[in-house]
Design a binder for this molecule. Structure first.
Ligand code: PAF
Length: 260
């Protein structure tokens, strides 16, 4: 397995693979890999000749008040997991922004509201880094988790609007046995907070069986002790919600039943 820090070196290896007739699959991550990431890697491994996992905690998608400094970075475990999963290259640049970086990619419709509303500038950072990663790793296809539903929609729109020749594959959310969606941020939760956090997946699962899922879930989460509601909204056929438990922000979504 190649472990590459330099964008130039990563690009050269990707070009060499392409010249050799290999297809390339990219799984972009910020590390702290969990079973959700491993599922993305498994899908990429099954579909592409060469698999690249990028591990980069992208400062541009964190607001100054957010958890950039605390974000978990278990590098050795991540490398071991990538090796076990048959990854061909891990791209782990120390930094991806030149000093004086002044070019940004902004999607202006789907990035509004929900996480874009609560985290101003977040999606500008995501689209910019994802396009940079695509340019560096030259993938035919990339895999993203459905848990970050708005991110997935924004990236698909960017790829469509900017004619980026990369196929985007969504992968359904992987959950722990108790139903909590896997997230690198779950490690921030104390045992007690984790119990409280289960109100989110359980609420979503119950809400889609109600006549008014949005109103029902808003009321339910607002009334749950220890849960601070951020939003409940329907988008792209899914019921989406974000809450805060202690200092940890959690997001999740489930498909809404289709009208008969
Ligand atoms: O979903 C993530 O982990 C990040 O937002 C991504 C897509 C790797 C961009 O930094």
């Amino acid at each position: 397995m190649h472990v590459i820090e330099s964008p130039q070196e990563m690009h050269a290896l990707a070009q060499e693979w392409r010249r050799g007739g290999h297809t390339i699959g990219l799984v972009p991550t910020m590390g702290a890999l969990h079973a959700g990431h491993l599922e993305l890697i498994r899908r990429a491994r099954a579909a592409a000749g060469r698999v690249i996992v990028s591990i980069y905690v992208n400062p541009a998608q964190f607001a100054p008040t957010e958890d950039l400094a605390q974000y978990p970075r278990p590098r050795r475990t991540d490398m071991a997991l990538c090796l076990t999963c048959g990854v061909d290259a891990v791209f782990t640049p120390p930094d991806l922004y030149e000093s004086g970086h002044s070019t940004w990619v902004m999607e202006e419709e789907l990035s509004q509201g929900r996480d874009g509303g609560s985290r101003p500038g977040h999606f500008r950072g995501v689209t910019t880094v994802v396009l940079k990663l695509f340019n560096i790793t030259q993938p035919d296809a990339a895999w993203f988790g459905q848990k970050d539903a708005q991110q997935l929609d924004v990236i698909r729109r960017m790829v469509r609007d900017l004619n980026v020749p990369v196929r985007i594959h969504p992968v359904e959310t992987v959950r722990d046995r108790d139903g909590l969606a896997l997230s690198s941020r779950n490690v921030y939760l104390s045992d007690e907070e984790r119990e409280i956090a289960l109100a989110l997946p359980r609420g979503l699962a119950d809400a889609v069986r109600q006549p008014n899922p949005i109103g029902w879930l808003r009321d339910k989460l607002s009334a749950t002790p220890g849960v601070q509601l951020d939003y409940v909204e329907a988008a792209q056929g899914r019921l989406c919600a974000a809450v805060r438990v202690g200092t940890t922000r959690l997001i999740d979504n489930v498909p809404l039943p289709t009208e008969p």
